[in-house]
Design a protein. Structure first.
Length: 442
C-alpha cells in the first residue's frame, strides 16, 4: 500500500465522505437573536432618523492624534507572520475537530447532549460505536493534513504552529507597548461606545462611514475589533487551549472549571476559531472596499501612497502562504517522521519544562465520571480471538512478551533506582498472580 497517497487508502479516504453541520435549536436561536436585534435596531434608527454622525478628521488632524505613527516594519512583518500561522492553526484545528466531530456544553461526551455536530451520523444504540467510528473525513483543501484518522499529524501541526504564533504575538505586544501605540487600539474613553454604534449603523444599512486614513487612525468599530482580536480573543484562545490539557486538569482541577470543564474549553476554542474566520473575511472585505491599493501599500511597504505595487507584493505573500500550506500537506504524508522529530525538538522540549513535571493531584467524584464511554479502536477479529471469546476467555493467559512489556513499563515509569526496584518487586508479584487468574469474570 502506498502510504504517501491517502486517496489509495480507504481508512483515510472512505467511501462515505458526506458532511453535515447541525447546531442545537436553542443555540441557533441565541445566535440569531444576537445578530437580529442590533441589525433591527440599526435599521429602525436609520429609517426614522437617518444616518448618525461619525467623527471626521482632516489629514493634518489625523497626524496629531495619539498613536498616529503609520505601520513600522516590525508591525508589518508580525502581521504576515500572524496570518501564516493563524491559517495553519485553523486548518490543523479543523482536522482535529472532525476526529471527534461533536461539541458539548457539559463536562461529559454523552451522545445526543452535544450542542453542535459536524457529522451526518447518529450514534447507534444497537451496537458498539467507537471514537474512531465517529471520526469524519475532511478535505485536505480545508484541513491539515485533512482526510480521516489523521489527528496525530494534525496535532503536531497545531502545537508547532501555536508555538510560533504565540512567540510572534508576544514580540508584537512588547514592541507595540514600547512604541507607545496603546491608544491606537485601546479605548481610552466611554465616548467610543456611541461612536461604535454610529459606525455600525452605517455598515448595517449598507453605507460606508466617513473613513479616516487607516495609516494614522481607525474608526471606532475598527479600533474595538482590533483590540478584541489582539487583547481578548488571542489570550482566550491560549487559555482555553491549555484548559483542554489533561496534565493541567490533573494538577489543577479548578482550571478547566473556569471554562465549564474540558469540553467547555473545547467549545470556546472552536467559537474563537470561528471568530477569527469571520474577522478575516470582514477585514479583507473592508480593506478592498475602502481603497485596496492604498491600504495594501500601508501594510506592505509602510507608505501612505497610491499605486499597485503593494497589491502585487501582497498577492505574492498570499501565494507564498498557500504554497506553505501545500508543502505542509505534502510533508505530512511524505516526511511524517521529520515532522515528528521537529515537534520533539521544539514543543517536546517546552513540555519537558512545563506540563510534564506536573504531578496529578485532582480527585474526582462519581458525578465527574461520564455515563458514556467512548472506546478507542476496534475489537480483534482474528481466529485466535474468536476461539478465546467463544470460551468466555477461560484459556486466556499472559505470555512472556506481555510479562516483559509490563516489567519494562514499570521500570520506565520509575524516577529513581529504589523506586524501580520497588516497582519491579510489585510487578513481579502482580504478573505471578495474573498468570493464574481466570479472565472469565471479565
Amino acid at each position: 500500500m502506498d502510504t504517501t497517497n491517502p486517496k489509495a487508502n480507504a481508512v483515510h479516504f472512505p467511501p462515505d465522505r458526506r458532511q453535515r453541520v447541525w447546531v442545537q435549536s436553542r443555540w441557533l436561536l441565541a445566535i440569531g437573536l444576537l445578530i437580529a436585534i442590533p441589525l433591527s435596531a440599526a435599521w429602525v434608527q436609520y429609517l426614522l432618523y437617518g444616518l448618525p454622525a461619525v467623527p471626521a478628521f482632516t489629514l493634518a488632524q489625523l497626524k496629531t492624534l495619539p498613536g498616529a505613527q503609520g505601520f513600522p516594519a516590525w508591525l508589518r512583518i508580525a502581521h504576515y507572520v500572524n496570518f501564516l500561522f493563524i491559517v495553519l492553526l485553523i486548518r490543523s484545528g479543523l482536522s482535529i475537530l472532525v476526529d471527534h466531530p461533536r461539541l458539548y456544553g457539559n463536562i461529559h461526551c454523552t451522545p445526543d447532549t452535544e450542542w453542535a455536530r459536524f457529522t451526518p451520523l447518529a450514534v447507534p444504540k444497537d451496537r458498539l460505536w467507537t471514537a474512531k467510528d465517529d471520526a469524519r473525513y475532511i478535505s485536505p483543501w480545508l484541513g491539515l493534513p485533512g482526510f480521516r484518522h489523521t489527528v496525530g499529524i494534525a496535532r503536531q501541526w497545531h502545537f508547532l504552529s501555536v508555538l510560533f504564533w504565540v512567540a510572534n504575538g508576544l514580540i508584537y505586544v512588547v514592541l507595540f507597548l514600547l512604541a507607545g501605540r496603546w491608544t491606537r487600539l485601546a479605548p481610552t474613553s466611554w465616548q467610543i461606545v456611541p461612536e461604535v454604534w454610529a459606525v455600525f449603523v452605517h455598515y448595517a444599512t449598507f453605507h460606508l462611514p466617513p473613513e479616516p486614513n487607516g495609516f494614522y487612525h481607525y474608526n471606532a468599530m475598527q479600533q474595538i475589533a482590533y483590540f478584541t482580536v489582539v487583547f481578548i480573543m488571542a489570550p482566550l484562545s491560549i487559555l482555553s487551549g491549555i484548559g483542554m490539557s489533561p496534565a493541567m486538569g490533573g494538577r489543577f482541577k479548578w482550571y478547566p472549571r473556569l471554562f465549564g470543564g474540558r469540553q467547555g474549553a473545547r467549545s470556546l476554542h472552536f467559537l474563537l476559531m470561528a471568530g477569527y474566520v469571520i474577522f478575516i473575511v470582514i477585514h479583507v472585505s473592508l480593506v478592498a472596499l475602502t481603497g485596496f491599493a492604498r491600504n495594501m501599500n500601508h501594510i506592505v511597504f509602510g507608505t501612505d501612497v497610491g499605486g499597485g505595487t503593494g497589491l502585487v507584493v501582497g498577492a505574492i505573500a498570499i501565494v507564498a502562504v498557500a504554497l506553505v500550506c501545500g508543502l505542509a500537506n505534502r510533508l505530512s504524508w511524505h516526511r511524517p517522521r521529520t515532522l515528528q522529530r521537529l515537534g520533539e525538538h521544539t514543543v517536546g522540549v517546552l513540555k519537558l519544562w512545563t506540563l510534564n513535571p506536573l504531578q496529578p493531584r485532582a480527585e474526582y467524584k462519581k458525578s465527574d465520571i461520564s455515563p458514556f464511554f467512548w472506546p478507542n479502536g476496534k475489537l480483534p477479529t482474528s481466529h485466535e480471538w474468536q476461539e478465546l471469546a467463544g470460551d468466555d476467555f477461560r484459556q486466556f493467559r499472559l505470555d512472556k512478551v506481555s510479562e516483559m512489556t509490563i516489567l519494562l513499563y514499570s521500570l520506565g515509569k520509575s524516577s529513581s533506582c529504589s523506586e524501580a526496584l520497588c516497582s519491579l518487586s510489585v510487578t513481579c508479584r502482580t504478573v505471578k498472580y495474573l498468570r493464574t487468574l481466570s479472565y472469565a469474570s471479565m
